[in-house]
Design a protein around this ligand. Structure first.
Ligand SMILES: Nc1nc2c(ncn2[C@@H]2O[C@H](COP(=O)(O)OP(=O)(O)OP(=O)(O)O)[C@@H](O)[C@H]2O)c(=O)[nH]1
Ligand SMILES: [Mg+2]
Length: 251
């Protein structure tokens, strides 16, 4: 990702809004990782394309949203907690397949309730979301429903169907996990989430996979038309231990 990326100026007209004035632009390092999978319908002879997707990262304060975004875009982690005010964003470029470059705009939304009134404007144009909770604080899992409801109320795909969501059970490096895995799996099934992952921003666990899963979902919806998540399948049997995350469909 170069500093010259003009948000919105992509070759196929994918939309994402420019960042709000005054917002800190965390420019990601020029990382370009190849993610597995691609749209099956894409022909080898098709001209190269560059896509821009806006993803949201939401969840309670202190669950590790900023740490996840920073780990994903900069490859760094800090144990200092610095509250996010309003929202922040970072960009990550993926050479998805030889003919497709995907630029992700990751919007890191403040988790503290006092910023809740601002979220509608930040959610606009998002095409997918990662909802994060902290496996060592069950209250943050109980808030996931609230975040999901808020998300569903404020953003949807063009045809009105919900944006794909993955659930990130973060801080899995902490031994004292207090959220039962079967509860998480059931929640995902009941709420039509694409998948859930045990992640650690600290240890760099499963963050790339979770984001790749979302990209895959968004690309699939573009190919098939934004039908809905009927075809999105949760990974089987995640009701065992906290060592297991559900797989992303299509992976
Ligand atoms: N052990 C461990 N600590 C983490 C992990 N991710 C984040 N943290 C720590 O948790 C604290 C909060 O992380 P943030 O990323 O700032 O939390 P946030 O969700 O952005 O919080 P708000 O900005 O207030 O909404 C920080 O001290 C991080 O270092 C993780 O995977 N493992
Ligand atoms: Mg933050």
């Amino acid at each position: 990702m170069s500093a010259s990326l003009h948000v919105g100026a992509v070759s196929d007209g994918s939309v994402a809004p420019p960042p709000s004035p005054g917002m800190r632009h965390q420019q990601a390092a020029a990382t370009s990782s190849t993610a597995p999978g691609s749209e099956r319908a894409r022909q080898p002879s098709a001209p190269p394309r560059e896509l821009l997707f806006k993803f949201l990262v939401i969840g309670d304060y202190g669950v590790g949203k900023t740490a996840i975004v920073r780990r994903y875009t900069e490859g760094k982690f800090s144990s200092n907690y610095k509250i996010t005010i309003g929202a922040d964003f970072a960009i990550k470029s993926l050479q998805w397949d030889p003919g497709t470059k995907v630029n992700l705009q990751l919007w890191d939304i403040a988790g503290h309730e006092r910023f809740g009134y601002m979220t509608r404007v930040y959610f606009k144009y998002a095409v997918a979301a990662a909802v994060v909770f902290d496996v060592s604080r069950i209250a943050t899992f109980q808030s996931v429903q609230k975040w999901l409801t808020d998300l569903r109320e404020k953003v949807s795909l063009q045809d009105g169907s919900p944006v794909p969501v993955v659930l990130l059970a973060n801080k899995c490096d902490i031994a004292a996990a207090s959220v039962p895995t079967d509860l998480v799996a059931r929640f995902c099934r009941d709420n039509g989430l694409v998948a859930w992952y045990l992640t650690s921003a600290k240890e760099n666990i499963a963050i790339d996979e979770a984001m790749a899963c979302l990209v895959r979902q968004v690309l699939a919806l573009r190919t098939s038309g934004p039908t809905h998540s009927d075809g999105l399948v949760l990974g089987a049997n995640s009701s065992e231990t906290l060592n297991h995350s559900s797989g992303c469909c299509g992976s």
